[in-house]
Design a protein. Structure first.
Length: 173
């Protein structure tokens, strides 16, 4: 982050101090600071990811859609499946695919099993943009270069526990 945009203090730690002073509740200040830190890190990562993807004509959301298509068996998915996997409303998935189609990164083809539906199919240009973005994200270590591998593993495990507790996925499978 540019120096001129940096605060001279940690606003989340300061919020914790103010929380304790106002409510005197140490048991709530810690979770509030942790949750707020997670949300702030998400903002920082998305900003960096969008900047990286932008060098290739993408947003991070459009990049994610291309990765989904590249990972699919046939290089195509329905709008509904894209929305489910990206965890966005079907309208947002359709908007993402429309923008990718306008760029020539995907083609929309009719879904023979659903006359109202369509598949998004990744194109060679879409694969090239996705691969170039992936290389840049890997070089940037997905914004987590400040953590060593054990730190990244620990953070993943901690956040996975939160996701499991929230019912994000079936951990028994």
């Amino acid at each position: 982050m540019p120096k001129d945009l940096q605060l001279p203090f940690d606003p989340i730690a300061r919020a914790g101090e103010l929380w304790r002073a106002r409510w005197g509740d140490d048991s709530a200040a810690g979770p509030m600071m942790t949750a707020t830190s997670i949300m702030r890190v998400q903002q920082l990562l998305l900003s960096e990811f969008d900047a990286i993807a932008g060098r290739h004509g993408l947003t991070f959301a459009r990049y994610e859609a291309l990765v989904l298509l590249a990972f699919s068996r046939e290089g195509r998915l329905s709008m509904g499946r894209i929305g489910e996997r990206l965890m966005v409303h079907p309208t947002s998935a359709t908007n993402i695919v429309q923008r990718l189609a306008a760029q020539g990164f995907v083609e929309r083809v009719a879904n023979p099993a659903d006359r109202r539906g369509a598949f998004a199919v990744i194109t060679d240009a879409g694969r090239a943009a996705m691969e170039a973005t992936t290389a840049d994200l890997e070089q940037a270590r997905f914004g987590l270069g400040s953590l060593d591998e054990p730190g990244q593993d620990m953070l993943f495990a901690l956040l996975r526990d939160v996701r499991v507790a929230a019912g994000d996925f079936d951990d028994e499978v």
